[in-house]
Write a protein that binds this ligand. Structure first.
Ligand SMILES: Cc1cc2nc3c(=O)[nH]c(=O)nc-3n(C[C@H](O)[C@H](O)[C@H](O)COP(=O)(O)OP(=O)(O)OC[C@H]3O[C@@H](n4cnc5c(N)ncnc54)[C@H](O)[C@@H]3O)c2cc1C
Length: 475
């Protein structure tokens, strides 16, 4: 068992060596493939008791010959979009998942949901996700999604940060989000294991919490199916059919799979890090890159039970409650690209690069000193998609009528999933979203930029790293 402090020492002495297990050299720009599955902290993962790829077994049910909408991808975004399409009354909606639901990025998410962000639209989107996973799905299906409401705590290590949190509190008030600014002493009472010596204060949001990826997606799929939608697993989409109308406008005609095709006027690309590949099938540029994103799960910590999740923006680290342990993660200054996105990847993880990850450990130990002597139970490093301005890609692609994007979620695709799934469904049915989604609309990028791989790569890398430095006022 390695402790966090040992991880710090090992990384300093032998930058490329894992303190939890032997690890070969790994370049910062890595083309390395996924490793064998590691211990991921969910009780109910969809992978349990199953072999590796199931695609060879064929689709989980027969394909219909026609559909009003085909959603590609059964992760957070695909399942949320399908559910909201069905809920808004869309008939003939079909979701095609290459492998099994959640097998891409979603299965290993940390699942944190903070209700406060410095944008009124985002506060509304987050509120909708929370409503869906904490109440509506359970009322509709009788199933618990795995939502845990343990609260959230934002850390302010300087006066400016605390002022930003006070502004967030005011914004939250307008939307009915309960939050409290706490003094260091009050914070210590709430979270006795926390070091508060260097704190100006904290923002406590009691109704924040954590989503369970498998529980959320299976319940969404169940609820959507009950409303007439179809979920078909083990069915990779291999092509998009396009036709050109009398005015020269390119339009979606259908999707192709190894098991037959579906005629449809509308496709939604919710394929996560594979969204660029799906876009290429349709001649649509999807400006995102795949990068490694990680957290580690500690051994048991006495006294941590029922503590809120913690986000320390200055240290760029989060501490997520994981039963009687913590998950520790954050945004690194030098994130690693996944160069060759493999379509064989399902329920997979990468080896953690400790040299990259170590920067989070010092901040975590400073905030909760008991971590220095706490062991690391598992590492979770998976692929996630990132975009040039750190905002998702949504809406109809300008190159192809009927081809919608719901991808590029920059590590917040669980918490934004419900709100964005609802907006996307509205966009498809009514031709526009209900909220002002300009900041997420794919049309914000001129085609000279979506056609510029080097710009996309460098800006996305920079935007990820800047999350570390980014401050909270509206951008
Ligand atoms: C370590 C880590 C921690 C995170 N923590 C948080 C967090 O605390 N809170 C939060 O909100 N977000 C978090 N995220 C981000 C969040 O998990 C993702 O944004 C979200 O899961 C992405 O969902 P998705 O549906 O876009 O993609 P995915 O889950 O990858 O789903 C895409 C699906 O498309 C399928 N697919 C691909 N190609 C095809 C094809 N040709 N045909 C059919 N299907 C196809 C794939 O198999 C996959 O299942 C974290 C991410 C990581 C990596």
């Amino acid at each position: 068992m390695a402790s966090l402090s040992r991880a710090l020492r090992v990384a300093a002495a032998h930058p490329r060596q894992s303190p939890t297990r032997g690890m070969g050299p790994c370049n910062l720009s890595s083309a390395a493939g996924p490793t064998a599955e590691k211990s991921v902290p969910y009780q109910r993962t969809l992978k349990e008791g199953q072999g590796t790829s199931v695609v060879a077994q064929g689709p989980s049910r027969p394909l219909p010959s026609t559909a009003n909408v085909v959603v590609i991808g059964g992760g957070s975004l695909g399942c949320q979009t399908l559910y909201h399409l069905a809920k808004l009354g869309m008939s003939g909606a079909v979701l095609l998942e290459r492998e099994r639901l959640t097998s891409g990025t979603t299965w290993h998410t940390a699942g944190l949901l903070w209700q406060l962000r410095p944008s009124d639209v985002e506060v509304e989107l987050l509120a909708h996700t929370r409503r869906v996973v904490s109440r509506e799905l359970e009322e509709e299906t009788g199933l618990h999604t795995g939502w845990i409401q343990n609260g959230g705590l934002f850390i302010a290590s300087n006066r400016q940060r605390l002022d930003e949190y006070k502004r967030l509190m005011s914004l939250g008030k307008a939307y009915g989000v309960e939050s409290h600014v706490l003094s260091p002493a009050e914070t210590k009472t709430l979270y006795p294991l926390m070091n508060v010596d260097d704190l100006y204060g904290t923002l406590y949001v009691p109704h924040d919490g954590t989503m369970d990826p498998a529980g959320t997606c299976t319940t969404l799929a169940r609820a959507a199916s009950a409303r007439g939608a179809q979920v078909i697993e083990n069915c990779p989409v291999t092509g998009i059919r396009v036709w050109t109308d009398d005015f020269g406008v390119r339009r979606v005609a259908g999707v192709e799979t190894q098991h037959g095709s579906i005629q449809t006027p509308c496709v939604v690309n919710c394929a996560g890090v594979w969204a660029s590949a799906v876009g290429r099938m349709a001649g649509v540029k999807v400006p995102l890159v795949a990068m490694h994103h990680a957290y580690v799960v500690t051994e048991r910590i006495e006294g941590i039970q029922n503590m809120p999740n913690v986000r320390d923006h200055d240290a760029s680290v989060y501490l997520r409650l994981q039963g009687d342990a913590l998950s520790v993660g954050g945004y690194e200054a030098n994130p690693i690209f996944w160069e060759e996105v493999s379509d064989k990847f399902a329920f997979g993880l990468f080896d953690l690069d400790w040299e990259v990850f170590t920067q989070h450990i010092e901040g975590a130990i400073n905030r909760v000193p008991v971590l220095e002597k706490t062991g690391i139970k598992s590492t979770v490093c998976g692929p996630e998609s990132f975009t040039p301005d750190h905002k998702p890609l949504m809406g109809e692609a300008p190159e192809l009528r009927g081809f919608f994007l719901g991808c590029g979620f920059n590590s917040v695709g669980m918490m934004l999933g419900g709100g964005c799934g609802q907006e996307l469904a509205h966009w498809i049915i009514h031709g526009r979203p209900e909220k002002d989604m300009h900041g997420y609309d794919i049309r914000r990028f001129h085609h000279s930029l979506t056609d510029h791989p080097r710009w996309i790569r460098e800006r996305s890398h920079e935007s990820y790293a800047q999350e570390l430095l980014r401050r909270l006022p509206p951008r």
